[in-house]
Design a binder for this molecule. Structure first.
Ligand code: 2P0
Length: 343
């Protein structure tokens, strides 16, 4: 009988500032991206693994309920990861996972979910003396194979994924922490306005594919490269005006790429646009450095320094909450990254 081992990791979601949109090869990014690692929005995953004595079995429980629908993506992930670590395709795996944010909230759970699973697998590999490199770097490589954006979640604060001339040791295969940032960003706030809670009309994987043959793709990759360079400088110096300009440009460009793909997608809802306009008005009238960014969906992430929390949350409650489904929003902040938990 082979040993049964159990591991448990909590891993956060992240929000991209320069967006990953378009890929090549096996889960390699078309351009470098950078994200804030979140704190409150995270996944808690417990993995029990043992060498299989027959056909490897996979069981997935989400919030205590057996979830057959989650299995194909995890099976594909294990298949990809077993190219690097063949043992992974010979394991019986029992997965119990839960998210702090509602699954149907429209917040992507793939970044936190896949990074939590990758970290559990790395713990198993570490204890089996099979890990081929530094723990977090291997976790980032495996997380990437599950979901591209997940590779950024293994580091706290800010993480860069994708080779970029201005980031030493940056790589397409894994994320690296970006530590050279001004202190204002260490506890930056992200208030997530849930404009539309349902599932998205285009999956991210389909969305990435739409960049192939897209008439503006090359220009987009060029601009992302330049936006990375400019944003790194703004993050370093604490230049909030420049930070806002680049982050909002990236959010709108992401959606512009979707709106001009074939087929095209409009993921913004009327409430998304109304919120964006109100944020810009509020910023001009009050000289408060608040910015918006968007994921591949209708929800709006409101980003601002911690010291303006009270004013911004008052503004959200007074002016923006009416655009949120059921008046819902989540309050998050830049976080310190994943944590291994006792089982
Ligand atoms: C990002 N997004 O940089 C971008 C911005 C959404 C908008 O990465 O196919 O779930 O699993 O690699 O990582 C969402 O795509 O896609 C995403 P896959 P993923 O965060």
């Amino acid at each position: 009988m082979s040993a049964v081992r159990t591991y448990r990791w909590q891993s956060p979601s992240n929000i991209a500032l320069v967006k990953y949109w378009g890929k090549k090869g096996i889960q390699l990014p078309a351009n470098a991206s950078i994200s804030f690692t979140l704190d409150t929005c995270h996944t808690d995953t417990k993995l029990t693994a043992k060498l299989s004595e027959g056909n490897p079995q996979l069981n997935v429980h989400v919030n205590g309920q057996l979830k057959e629908s989650f299995k194909p993506k995890i099976e594909q992930f294990i298949e990809r990861a077993s190219v690097r670590y063949p043992v992974l395709s010979h394991l019986d795996l029992d997965l119990e996972t839960s998210n702090t944010f509602p699954h149907s909230s429209g917040i992507a759970s793939s970044a936190s979910g896949m990074s939590a699973l990758a970290l559990c697998l790395c713990s198993y590999l570490r204890d089996s003396d099979l890990l081929q490199g530094e723990f977090m770097q291997e976790a980032s490589i495996l997380a990437r194979l599950g979901s591209g954006s997940a590779c950024r979640s293994v580091y706290g604060d800010l993480a860069v994924w994708g080779e970029h001339k201005d980031v030493v040791r940056s790589s397409d295969e894994y994320a690296v922490p970006f530590t050279d940032f001004h202190e204002v960003f260490s506890d930056y706030r992200d208030t997530i306005l849930l404009v539309h809670k349902g599932t998205k009309s285009v999956s991210s994987t389909v969305g990435h594919g739409l960049l192939e043959g897209h008439p503006f793709a090359e220009k987009r990759f060029e601009l992302a490269e330049a936006n990375m360079s400019s944003l790194l400088i703004a993050l370093n110096s604490g230049d909030l005006d420049r930070f806002i300009e680049i982050v909002e440009d990236e959010a709108l460009m992401l959606h512009a790429m979707m709106m001009t793909s074939s087929p095209s997608f409009i993921l913004m809802e009327p409430g998304t646009v109304a919120i964006i306009k109100k944020i810009r008005e509020f910023r001009e009238q009050n000289a408060i450095p608040v910015a918006f960014t968007l994921d591949a969906g209708a929800n709006v992430h409101v980003l601002y320094p911690a010291k303006f929390e009270e004013q911004v949350l008052n503004f959200v409650d007074k002016e923006l909450v009416s655009y949120c489904e059921g008046g819902s929003y989540l309050c998050d902040t830049v976080g310190k990254g994943p944590r291994e938990l006792t089982c």
